[in-house]
Design a binder for this molecule. Structure first.
Ligand code: FE2
Length: 381
């Protein structure tokens, strides 16, 4: 933790029963963690930083830690099906495909975070436990959120190791990692079933002490065919932002319905990763084979009129398919990948904030029409 962050965290302790320093890690349960690690390294510029598996004494599951600047992604697969831990991972993959199991939150006191949220109605997934190795100790505790997704509180102030006890640093003998400028997790979006959005809005408000930043209804987010509703929940310092989507009735099946069907229920829809240079980040991703949603060229003809003057050349934004939106505080640039696994479920957003703290409402219509074109190709519209 740097000094600025620790000072902010301390001043907020008085009024905030759940001070959070940031996203600690995002853990994916996947069918083949070894291959996922290779993809995130080669296509997204993550470094394979740590590993736990048979060679380090793990017997049931294998995990790779991939890092880029402040982002930590963990990819976990089952090593066997006849152990409790192996079954837990295997069943998740069977039910959901490759997906996000855990959005872990970095706190100064994991036990207190667990007790405070439990007292406010959280469902326990793992009681507080202290795990030690030669690098120190970490305390973790987990609570449930939507679907099979969980939040693990991670307290690591007494830990000097590479990630968590059990993980060992990796000396990667493969080709060198070339980062693409991804810096931190900006927000993580959840899709929940029709009628459940307000339940989870209340969960984040009542149990975690979050507040609602914005709300979008089907008038904001609708096209000829589909509609959705969304509310954005945030913790006190706004380092954690969780938009929650639910489908709204449209003429055809919405992208949220498609997700819920293929994911097998509620789960994380997309993770937005921040960059300081979206032109560079996106051109790297495209040259490495990542597919993005595209909007019609008319989008760029109307762009300057809609958002005013921006620093980035519009022809370069158009060439890469990057979208722009403006709010009272500034503007933002964003782009969305297509799903990154065979199921039309999890995808990524790359976002560069130039003052704007919002989520790109002005792009929703163009985006959803782009998603519908993809749904039509999949026969799921
Ligand atoms: Fe987003």
């Amino acid at each position: 933790m740097n000094d600025l962050q620790s000072a902010t965290a301390e001043t907020q302790t008085d009024q905030d029963f759940l001070p959070i320093n940031g996203t600690d890690y995002v853990e994916f349960f996947v069918g083949n963690a070894k291959q996922a690690a290779y993809f995130y390294k080669q296509a997204l510029g993550f470094e394979i930083a740590a590993y736990r598996g048979l060679e380090t004494g793990a017997t049931d599951v294998v995990s790779y830690l991939l890092t880029q600047d402040k982002i930590r992604f963990v990819f976990t697969s089952a090593l066997r099906s006849d152990s409790e831990e192996g079954k837990r991972v295997g069943k998740h993959v069977m039910a959901h495909g490759d997906g996000i199991r855990d959005i872990a939150l970095w706190v100064d006191d994991a036990e207190k975070s667990f007790n405070e949220t439990m007292a406010r109605g959280a469902t326990a997934v793992a009681e507080p436990r202290r795990i030690e190795d030669e690098h120190g100790a970490v305390v973790t505790a987990s609570i449930a959120t939507y679907g099979d997704t969980i939040h693990t509180f991670v307290e690591r102030s007494d830990y000097r190791g590479v990630f968590l006890p059990g993980f060992e640093a990796v000396s990667d003998s493969g080709p060198p990692t070339v980062p693409i400028g991804l810096k931190y997790v900006d927000h993580c979006v959840g899709n929940v079933a029709l009628g459940d959005m307000n339940k989870y809005v209340a969960f984040y408000a009542d149990v975690l002490g979050f507040r609602q930043l914005v709300s979008f209804d089907d008038k904001d987010i609708s096209t000829e065919y589909t509609a959705l509703m969304s509310k954005v929940m945030s913790n006190g310092n706004e380092r954690i932002k969780f938009p929650i989507n639910e489908p709204a009735k449209g003429r055809k099946r919405s992208q949220i319905d498609e997700y819920l069907e293929f994911y097998g229920g509620a789960g994380v829809q997309h993770v937005a990763l921040a960059t300081d240079d979206i032109l560079h980040t996106v051109s790297e991703m495209q040259s490495r084979g990542i597919d993005f949603l595209t909007v019609p060229t008319t989008y760029y003809e109307e762009l300057e009129e809609r958002v005013g003057k921006i620093d980035e050349p519009i022809d370069q934004l158009q060439r890469l398919g990057i979208l722009v939106d403006r709010d009272d505080e500034g503007y933002l640039l964003q782009i969305f990948t297509k799903p990154v696994q065979d199921r039309p479920t999890v995808f990524y957003e790359v976002i560069q904030r130039r003052g704007a703290r919002s989520f790109g409402k002005g792009n929703f219509k163009a985006l959803f029409e782009a998603i519908e074109r993809e749904q039509a190709r999949r026969g799921t519209l």
